[in-house]
Write a protein that binds this ligand. Sequence first.
Ligand code: HAM
Length: 425
Amino acid sequence: MPQGENDKLSTDPYKGVRDFYPRDMFLENYITSVMRETAERYGYVEYGASILERTELYTSKTSDEIVNEQTYTFEDRGGRSVTLRPEMTPSVARMVAAKRRELAFPLRLYSMPNIFRYERPQRGRLREHWQLNCDLFGVPGVEADAEVITLAHKIMRAFGAQDKDFEILINDRRTVVEALSQIGLEEKQVDAFLILLDKRSKFETEVGFMAEAENMIGKERFEAFEQWREKEETNSHQAGELIGALSKLGVDNVRVDTSLVRGFLYYTGTVFEVFDTIPQNRRSLFGGGRYDNLLEVFGAENIPAVGFGMGDVTMRDFLETRNLLPEYISATDLYLCVLGKDFLDYAGQLAEKLREQGLNVALDPTARKAADQIKTADKHGVLFVACVGGQEQKNKTLTVKNLKTGNETTVPEDKVGDFIWNQDV
Ligand code: HAM
């Protein structure tokens, strides 16, 4: 609240979240509609849930970093601990576990939730983002892993990206865990090392990571691990099967990265991330993997699951960098300028008739000079304008002007819809 007369409220949004003015909303809607359409093309159907979840949903099996450092958690008026969802996977697992007897499997679900994480805002990382989540329940085999990765690949292609623009990194968490225990690490050490490994790319230098790794598990063991990695990346059996399945589906920009383990504790097998090949966009575009045991925490029998999350912020950066974003066009098809107060009633009735034709029509009631009204239409990004005055009222016609080309065409009132639909815009 402002304290004194000169203390004005800030017009800035809260740190790390975005306002969406119409031009931003247009791009956001474009991005989410491409994601939705592609998910639906693969048979995924939409679900939703509340932003609010009980805090305990996240404390058993997600990521310590997210739970301890990144959640927005508060006590409600009844003394319950509530968290703004920092991801969707625990919510969808909860929902599937709750109705597992009624649901039919294989089950393909998608949603477009907003997600909250208390992060240091930076390129590709905000405190609120929208995230497409696609998850496939009930299929244990590699075909399911291949399907969700293919879907991720198709989403990129649907945005106009070429294979050379992005890279899909895959790994199998089990092989890393096995290698670490063979080197002699105990279970607790394995978990701690996996978390360090997940942060590998976030270290300023590789030397910094190596020093920390050697400190954690000892120089000899770390060297043994690095040797295993080198062998595994050129000759990975488990990943080989997945790479083969992907190749048959036309997905070839895939590489095994044995450092990739992902920070969430619920992943049990395949993990993958998609990266922009332009280093300036260094944050992952997609992150996902297989989580076959998560439903166990709800007392449900296990249902194998695999899926991914894909954020709107990183996708927008990707598209902007490559000039792949569409040009803004207002949802308003026609802006009616009124040439004086005397014609307002007629223009109002005409606008109603045009709307009945299916057009989105905005009427300017200010009776300013026509040029000023047209300027407003242009600033709003409306493509077509028409002025309403005595002549239009008498002839029952409108002269429709395309503000991009400057072309003007006189059309009977009842044909304006047909005329505008037939324009190539
Ligand atoms: P995640 O890797 O944390 O995975 O997030 C997935 C994607 O969400 C990232 O690749 C990125 O595009 C976007 N993202 C994440 N955090 C932020 C942020 N702070 N700002 C902007 N974008 C962000 C998960 O959340 C898993 N629950 C995904 C999953 C679904 N696994 C299986 N099913």
